[in-house]
Every structure is written in C-alpha cells, then in structure tokens.
Design a protein around this ligand. Structure first.
Ligand SMILES: Nc1ncnc2c1ncn2[C@@H]1O[C@H](COP(=O)(O)OP(=O)(O)OP(=O)(O)O)[C@@H](O)[C@H]1O
Ligand SMILES: [Mg+2]
Length: 311
C-alpha cells in the first residue's frame, strides 16, 4: 500500500473515532438534560396543583405563634417527620426545641414559620390559620437563622442587610447583637469587604465568623418571630454566652425559638419542648424537665457526665 494511502487511512480512522466519541457524549448529555427536564415538568405540575386562589392578608404585627397537633411527612419520606406536635410561643418569650439528631426540630421550626404546610393539624398566628394567608406577608414577620445558612459571595454589608434597605444604625445594632461587629472590625475594608476569595481582594471567614454574619442577618430583619437553628454550634464559649444574652434581650419584645443541642442553654429559655422521633414527649422549664427524669434528664446527664469526666 502506498505510504500516502496508509497516512490517509490512519487519519480517517482517528477522525471517525473522535466523531463517534463526541456523538456518544452528546447523546449522553441529551439523556442527562432530559432527566432534569422531567424534574422541572414534575415540579411545575406539583406547584400549580398547590397554588391557592385569592389568599387572605396575613395578620399584622403577630404576637402569638402556635402549631396545633400538626403532622408532616417529607415527599417520598417513609415515615412522618413530625407527629401530633403542639407548641406555642408569644412575644416576650424564648422557647427551646431540643432532641437528638433527626427528632424533627428543624422541621417543626419550618412549619411554625409557615415554610411548609402540615399534612394534619393547624398552624395559627394570633389565632388565624396561616394556610390561607399570603406567604410573603407571613415571611416578612420571620427571621430565620437556618442550620445550613447561606454564605453569600457579597460584601459584609450586603450579607447582613440582604433584601432590606440599608440603615446604618440598624446594621450596627444587628452586628453587635450577633457578635459580628468584632468580625467586621477585623476586616480591612470593614462592611465593604467582599466575603469570597474567588474575587479580587475577597476574604474568607471562619465557620464561627460566618455564623455570626448569619445571625446578624436575622437580627437585622427585626421580625416578630426569630428562629435560631443551632446558632451557636460553631461559636467559642465567650461568643455563645454573649449571643444567648443578646437573644434573651431580643426576646423582651419578640418571640424567639432556639434549637440547641447544648441543654445547658435551656436555662436561658422560658420553656423547652423535647422531641423524640417527631413527637413532643416533654415540655417545661429546665428544672421541671429535670424533675421529670425523662429524655431531657437522660440527655442532660450524658452531657454533664462528659464534663465531669474531664480531670
Ligand atoms: N428535606 C428533607 N427531605 C426528606 N426528609 C427530610 C428532609 N429534612 C429532614 N428530613 C427527615 O425528617 C426527619 C427530621 O429531620 P429534622 O431535620 O427536622 O431533624 P432535627 O431534629 O433538626 O435533626 P438535627 O439535630 O440533626 O438537626 C429526619 O428523619 C430526616 O431524615
Ligand atoms: Mg436540624
């Protein structure tokens, strides 16, 4: 075979191979995108099925938040995440939700904040069922420090004021309540510092520093109901103590829900609800719960023993 024919044949085989490879990749891409598209269609169908007609206005300036005998299952969940839970919190009160991992604390908090609709039971704000009320008007009255809060790649100022007009006095107050003021003072450009290292002159904060920013964001909203889902998990001892005092202070005028694994923190609260497998099994103040000798007592003793074991 002449050399030119061999060269052309090798080149032809390589070209065919590459084209075949990219064809297979494109087909695979189409298949993958098709799956996402199916998800989108299912999601749109599900939301339009749940869209409610003409919603009523939400009660303004709410002072009493309650869930009454609610049960809730996540879509596709094998069992109910929350069963027959009743609890309430008023302005001027700080309550705690405690319990082991997966007991339903975060789910109850989201239900109380009207982020989910219960399968059974009622969520009432100032005695009005929230299911028929306009969601935005409800959510405008809630500040939520989520367990998995978002680290926005924006400036420190925007991270705190997110979605609200900037007011310097309120910004300073929210920062100092959350202990974020010390974080901001340590930054070269203060409130203007960009909190993402992927950008020029951007910085990255530590986990505890981020947690303070998330708390400041919730305080800045200055809402009637503040829900804090493990807000002190990454804070140092001094930070945690200061934060709990700030929460207590905030609870003079607002309703505060604190989710915590550190049972000692329940002493700062008016009462705690103990969740076991999605049910409230005990409720009351710290001393009352200890005297019940139930799940709270058992978990508290476990934590206390850990400290006692330190030489
Ligand atoms: N988005 C979700 N989708 C499906 N199931 C979920 C979802 N979130 C939570 N669950 C389930 O609901 C139950 C309660 O979860 P939840 O997050 O409320 O517990 P928790 O008490 O807040 O736990 P932790 O102390 O770990 O934060 C768990 O069994 C969990 O598997
Ligand atoms: Mg949780």
């Amino acid at each position: 075979m002449p050399l030119s024919a061999v060269g052309a044949a090798v080149f032809g085989v390589q070209l065919a191979n590459r084209s075949l490879g990219s064809l297979v990749l494109s087909l695979n891409g189409c298949y993958e995108s098709g799956l996402y598209f199916l998800d989108l269609v299912e999601f749109l169908n599900a939301t339009s099925a749940r869209r409610r007609p003409a919603l009523a206005p939400a009660p303004p300036e709410v002072s009493h938040f309650e869930v009454d005998n609610i049960s809730f299952s996540y879509p596709g969940g094998s069992s109910a995440a929350v069963r027959g839970v009743s609890l309430n919190v008023r302005r001027g009160e700080m309550i705690a939700l405690v319990g082991e991992n997966g007991s339903g604390k975060s789910t109850v908090a989201k239900l109380l904040a009207a982020l989910y609709d219960p399968d059974q039971g009622q969520i009432r704000w100032d005695g009005e069922p929230v299911t028929e009320a306009r969601r935005e008007e409800l959510w405008n009255q809630v500040g939520f420090i989520a367990q998995d809060f978002t680290r926005w790649p924006f400036s420190a100022r925007d991270n705190i004021t997110m979605g609200k007009p900037v007011d310097l006095g309120s910004l300073r107050l929210a920062s100092s309540r959350a202990g974020a003021d010390v974080v901001i003072e340590s930054l070269d450009a203060g409130y203007d510092t960009l909190l993402d290292r992927r950008f020029k002159s951007g910085l990255e904060l530590s986990k505890g520093q981020w947690q303070r920013m998330a708390a400041a964001r919730a305080f800045y909203r200055d809402c009637a109901l503040l829900i804090c889902d493990e807000p002190t998990a990454a804070l140092d001892a001094r930070g945690e103590q200061a934060f709990l005092h700030a929460l207590r202070e905030y609870a003079r005028e607002k309703a505060v829900v604190l989710i915590t694994h550190r049972l000692e923190n329940v002493r700062h609260c008016d009462r705690a609800y103990v969740l076991v497998h999605g049910r409230v099994t005990e409720s009351g103040g710290h001393d009352e719960l200890m005297s019940l000798r139930g799940a709270f007592y058992e978990l508290y003793q476990l934590q206390a023993d850990r400290w006692a074991a330190v030489p």
